[in-house]
Ligand binder design. Structure first.
Ligand SMILES: NC(=O)C1=CN([C@@H]2O[C@H](COP(=O)(O)OP(=O)(O)OC[C@H]3O[C@@H](n4cnc5c(N)ncnc54)[C@H](OP(=O)(O)O)[C@@H]3O)[C@@H](O)[C@H]2O)C=CC1
Ligand SMILES: O=C(O)C1=N[C@H](C(=O)O)C[C@H](O)C1
Length: 252
């Protein structure tokens, strides 16, 4: 524990949501963490500072996350963010806020599942060896955004690896007969979003070259899969000022 064996005081934003509920349970069950604030739509953010939270965990929506984050940085509260919607422009804005608050840490991770982090690393490693790469993400139908943050991040990793290897555009002679048939184009990588009851969070990255394909697949079958990563983020961010993107730098 930090601070001479005092538990880290944690507030959860989006506390009544699917992820927020799971995070509250996980924080409550951890001996070195104390759940001091649960904030959801309509509650006052101010409650979190009254409860003197040291770390806020945000699983809300892309529409509100920037306001929450701005407020937390201004208050000097470290933040672990799982909410999606982080464009390069948004990340740049967060870096700007943090420049004025040198002691404050923010972790923004597109996916807290350890298997998903590895899936993205493996995809980035494979990308240079294959002519073609496409991403198929599959989620529960109550998900608000598409493509998923994980798929967007994976596409950007693949695009960067391809560019570094000097690969050009992927072979594709297809003319779309219906809009969207070939998925979204994220930095030249096609991303297909499936929404179906019964799913939680799944992704396949399909690579192809002469006479062979490689499929890398990850499945989150339960939201408990994200909790080891979230707890690692909370414990790490108190001594990690500045902006950290993804769990990768926290894993040995
Ligand atoms: N990084 C990762 O590993 C993961 C990321 N996610 C992402 O996390 C986000 C949340 O997902 P999920 O839990 O499924 O979504 P939910 O819709 O179940 O939860 C979001 C919660 O935030 C609440 N909320 C809305 N506005 C505010 C606000 N201003 N302050 C506080 N709470 C607010 C919502 O209330 P109301 O319903 O009343 O609007 C809702 O209870 C999404 O962006 C999702 O993609 C999800 C899983 C893993
Ligand atoms: O909304 C979800 O459920 C998830 N969102 C994140 C994303 O958009 O990548 C992470 C995971 O896929 C679950």
């Amino acid at each position: 524990m930090t601070d001479a064996q005092q538990p880290i005081r944690v507030g959860v934003l989006g506390a009544r949501g699917r992820m927020g509920l799971e995070v509250c349970k996980a924080v409550d069950a951890a001996a070195d963490l104390e759940l001091v604030a649960m904030v959801d739509q309509g509650d006052r953010l101010f409650n979190a500072s009254e409860a003197s939270a040291q770390v806020l965990v945000d699983f809300t929506t892309p529409d509100v996350v920037m306001d929450n984050l701005r407020w937390a940085v201004d208050q000097g509260i470290h933040t672990v963010v799982g909410t999606t919607g982080f464009t390069e422009q948004r990340l740049e804005q967060v870096r700007g806020w943090l420049a004025d608050k040198p002691g404050v840490g923010v972790l923004i991770a597109p996916n807290f599942g350890l298997g998903a982090v590895l899936m993205m690393q493996f995809a980035a490693r494979a990308a240079r060896y294959f002519e073609s790469a496409e991403i198929i993400e599959q989620h529960h139908p109550r998900k608000l955004d598409a493509p998923s943050g994980t798929a967007t991040h994976t596409a950007k990793l693949i695009a960067a690896a391809r560019a570094e290897a000097g690969l050009g555009a992927m072979p594709d002679a297809t003319k779309e007969e219906a809009p969207g048939a070939r998925g979204a184009d994220i930095d030249g990588v096609r991303v297909h979003a499936v929404r179906a009851a019964g799913l939680v969070a799944h992704q396949e990255v399909l690579f192809g070259t002469t006479g062979e394909t490689l499929t890398i697949r990850h499945d989150s079958l339960d939201r408990a899969s994200f909790m080891p990563g979230v707890l690692l983020g909370i414990r790490s961010i108190v001594s990690r000022p500045g902006l950290t993107i993804g769990l990768d730098p926290l894993l040995d």
